[in-house]
Design a protein around this ligand. Structure first.
Ligand code: SF4
Length: 239
């Protein structure tokens, strides 16, 4: 069955209702029996949790209105890069340029990230880049705990679909969220963590490096460590 605006609208409504039930449970003033049901042939939508590709996941989540950031965003910023990447980079949230364009790390910090990747012989197209939040917090304020709780299931599904051996957290928010800790970035960087079977490393966010150049040396060491581990991984794949 091809795309029709009606089908897209029904899918959006069904997803919205399911998401509200997830958030509010029995407090939702709506009986679950009112959820749309479809005949087998015309069943046009699946829950985002059942997506089998990143593209499908993006199509099923880009209209998300689970938190208030949906009303201030210009664009939902899903993520970009190689869907089979060995390395996933995770930042905090879209900034102004990312919100404007709808892609992650496209502003000044993104240009610096490209240079950091080039320093360890990686191109942006080889990795996958995304954020903890898919929508921009106003004035680039820190993500609120509830926003993180509501949005991270999308990130976890992205990682589950990509299955990267390596994850690099860019900045404190990404690291603390995934590792579920309040430890400082300086305590978390420089070593390898295990996150659900993925090897997770932590370094500074490129936007922080633009302001605090003294962190560049540590960042260089962190990405060199990532490169070494990745080279070992590639060697093991060959042998
Ligand atoms: S930040 Fe995440 S949870 Fe909030 S509206 Fe955007 S996609 Fe949905």
């Amino acid at each position: 069955m091809g795309y029709t605006p009606e089908k897209d609208m029904r899918s959006m409504i069904a997803n919205y209702i399911r998401e509200q039930i997830e958030i509010y449970g029995d407090e939702l003033a709506m009986d679950k029996a009112y959820l749309p049901t479809y005949g087998k042939e015309e069943s046009p939508e699946i829950a985002w949790q059942d997506s089998v590709t990143l593209q499908e996941l993006e199509e099923l989540t880009h209209t998300c209105r689970k938190c208030a950031l949906s009303s201030t965003r210009k664009n939902f910023v899903f993520g970009a890069g190689n869907p089979d990447a060995d390395i996933v980079l995770i930042g905090e949230a879209p900034g102004a340029t990312e919100d404007q364009i709808g892609r992650p790390f496209v502003g000044e910090a993104g240009q610096l990230l490209d240079k950091i990747l080039a320093a360890i012989q990686l191109k942006r197209e080889q990795v996958y880049i995304c954020n903890i939040l898919k929508c921009r917090p106003p004035n680039n304020r820190d993500p609120l705990p509830q926003e993180v709780t509501l949005c991270t299931p999308y990130l976890f599904k992205q990682i589950a679909l990509i299955k990267p051996p390596f994850i690099l957290c860019l900045g404190r928010h990404a690291a603390q969220t995934l590792l579920d800790t309040t430890q400082s970035l300086s305590a978390l960087r420089g070593r390898v963590h295990d996150w659900r079977g993925h090897r997770l490393l932590v370094t500074y966010h490129p936007a922080a490096l633009l302001r605090y150049t003294q962190f560049k040396r540590d960042t260089w060491e962190d990405v060199q460590l990532l490169r070494r581990l990745y080279d070992e991984f590639l060697q093991n794949q060959l042998s």
